[in-house]
Design a protein around this ligand. Sequence first.
Ligand code: BGC
Length: 992
Amino acid sequence: MKRIRCFIVLLLASILFAGEVCAKEKIVRVLAIGNSFSEDAVCQNLYELATAEGQKCVIANMYIGGCSLERHLNNARGNLKAYRYQKIGLNGLRVQADSMMLSKALKDESWDYISLQQVSGLSGIYDSYTPFLPELIRYIKSFISPKTKLIWHQTWAYAQNSTHKDFERYGCNQMKMYGSIMDASKKVMKEYGFSLIIPSGTAVQNARTTFIGDNMNRDGYHLNLIYGRYTAACAWFETLFGKSVVGNTYAPKNMHPALVKATQEAAHQAVLHPFEVTNLKALTPGEKLYTDSSLPLDIRVEDLLGRMTIEEKVLQLNQYTLGTNNIENNKGVEVKNTPAEIGSLIYFGTEPDLRNRMQHHAMENSRLGIPILFGYDAIHGFRTIFPIPLAQACSWNPGLVEQGCRITAQETKLSGIDWTFSPMIDVSRDPRWGRVAEGYGEDPYTNGVFGQAAVRGYQGKRLDDSLSIAACLKHYVGYGASEAGRDYVYTEISRQTLWDTYLPPYEMSLRSGAVSLMSSFNNISGIPSSANHYTLTEVLRNKWGFRGLMVSDWGAVMQLINQKMARDLKEAGKLAINAGVDMDMMSHSYDKYLKELVEEKTVEPAVLDESVRRLLRLKFQLGLFENPYTPQTDASTRFRRPASVKAAEEMSAQSMVLLKNDGTLPLRAVKRLAVIGPMANNAHDLLGCWWGHGEDKDIHKLLDGITGEFKASEVRYAKGCDFSGEDETGFQEALQSAKWADVVVMCLGEKGSWSGENNSHADITLPQIQQHLMQKIHATGKKVILVLANGRPLVLGPAVEQSNAILEMWQPGTDGASAVAGILSGRINPSGKLAMTFPYSQGQIPIYYNRRSSARPNQGFYKDMVSEPLYPFGHGLSYTRYSYGELSASKTVLHKGGKVSVSVPVSNDGDMDGMETVFLYVSCPYSRITRPVKELKRFDKRMIRKGETVRFEFVLDVNKDLGFVDEQGNQFVDAGEVNICIGDKTLKLHIE
Ligand code: BGC
């Protein structure tokens, strides 16, 4: 039916056209045989350009996506109805036939011109033409009049950042690809007698020399829908009609006049010089295009970049601080002393006012008025402080994490900050390293999923939304592998481990649209991260195509000297920027030496430009040029809105992990409750290591939470001891309270400042004094519930045996007390599970679930202690009981490239509603590269009402989820067995 309809339309159209053939004016009829590249060039704009000059034409296109000359010939030989045929008739009427044969199109009109092209990827490889072109030309000629001219459509080189596989044929080098296309085109013209060349490729290349820059493509190889296509059409117009396109009155709707001018000139010059690039840099638009928000972002960037001096460019690539303290006198001085051209500031204030004053300075006192990007470390909140990220991961609830980051974005943005240095997605397997608190634990996939959630939360749907901020993935890369748990030190990471363990969270989070990253302090197997061309450029830019900003960590450029790589600060800057670090945070290397380095040519001007381009792009994306200032609002409307506090409470509740319970919890009908320990009546240490602008006065203390919850009980508090030290004078009071009570809640752990940056601990056991207190309280014979506040897994020692129950509350932030009290009372059923293993002893570190298998699985254990962890990854108890049914899969024989769905019924057999997290692991019994004993591939947390059964379903991608990476990052999947493990159940699948 469809074919008949198309045929009728074609018939009608040809009758219509036939009448007009008799008309006096010369009608140009052209048929482009090609693929999407010719479609890009002839199906839009060309007809209108011709009409604007009173030219009559019939334009047709034979389309197959990615069609090569070889395929065209095969279609001809087989008379295949393989094409979509589009024709624009004399009156602009468009018709389409979906299953067209070449021969039919050739006979459809008495064509003046028929064009051919090679598929883009091969278009610079002349050897790919010769086997097919002669026969194809003979075939075409057998259907057409001798008057018809065969013309050659020269295609264009890809964008320099294109990730198209075929770009590798040209060493991913645009000029190399362009040169190859020109050479091939010249040869074709000579060898096969093509009478004309349509220089689309040269027109595009010419346009790239203007302020448009390398923004002619929409996906790295197809032309931009508006000005890219227009440029190619202009080249066609001028070639076919022999009239200069410059000044043609037709342009696509909304195309800026400056762009029209530049692209027309680019096409015109291409027709004059079809095989060489004409540099049109001088064609700068008079008006400032970068201030015009209706223009495409990349054009604005190029326009601005083209106007900047080297000094202005260099200053943009530096980040200083603003407002190191909040003393009124200091503020003005700092604003005045900071150059108005500075790229970014770390803003320590909480009020828009200081930011706005500084921003006015930048907008008004700099030549080009480039707004400053204000960054800040809102790691787990700004004023409403959420649990530390390690705790957040234990919630296994990415939705909550996204919501938390959205709230942080709102509090942050309204206070004058555009950019947070979060999330930290460093896989870390050593709890001695203080920064485990800031990340999402030991598993790559978990870090990836929560990284994605955080990016979604911070960046929202649009970066220029009034409540969105830019995220920064850190610390790229491998920082979590810090040797022996010490901060800033060497990391030994093989390429294989880099690819299978440390890079995946970054790759995943970038897919969520993260716009910036931070280069880390560590040295990766001899090449420091902040001078590591492989990770910063080859992987991030060339392989993943990331176009965003790379900022160094604080002083990381300067530290290349300490790491014994750079001779001095100047060389450090050279190494960093050449490796791919765009912005220097507080090393003062770029501001001092970058200009010199560029002038000496040890840093290419193109490298400098590219870094500036990345930063400017981010500023435009954030809408800073349109909205440079933060509206002045009252702090009370900005901070700790009721919904924000509620979200923080919920996150606290879901992130706490019940590690042990002999049935003592939940507490029912307790008459006398003793609350003891240094954390019990403490506010500040609940905040954890990176509390932003959290204030002690906002914090809900444990004692208050417990007193409020257990209204019917009598509650007594005794501090007992401090976190550390030797002062046991408080023991007496604590013991008396314990003896008096029915149940003792011991609130122990770490001070907030013990974890985080520069807080490596060789000894992660519960401090002696707290252990001693615990032992004494235990000796009273009373039931003891241990509530732990800590930023890392601890070695708990005898405290485990001395407790009836252990609740890991982590460092819950401002609003965790009610969650602790609710879990103790049973109002809340605990649902957190560990995202990081608790070792039994420090000697076991590093200890993590996804290790590789041993050569002798039954030997090699420690002789002096157990080899298993105290509490493994994924451990966490509930007040109800869940049972897992049999696993089922949509198929058991899988094929590469396919998908499989795996499901499991989970029943709540207890008498309390609860939220259960189901983990799906993959385990491969053999593989050409050995794999971890099991790898987490999916998790899902859902409410299961008591007595109910819920089916959890997971869809897996055979290549991605059941495959693996090699040491170059190539994903592969081998045929063979693979086990899916959920709970205590395993399902064998087979990949063919
Ligand atoms: C930390 C980063 C942080 C930066 C800026 C550095 O010392 O390693 O995580 O974002 O400072 O405050």
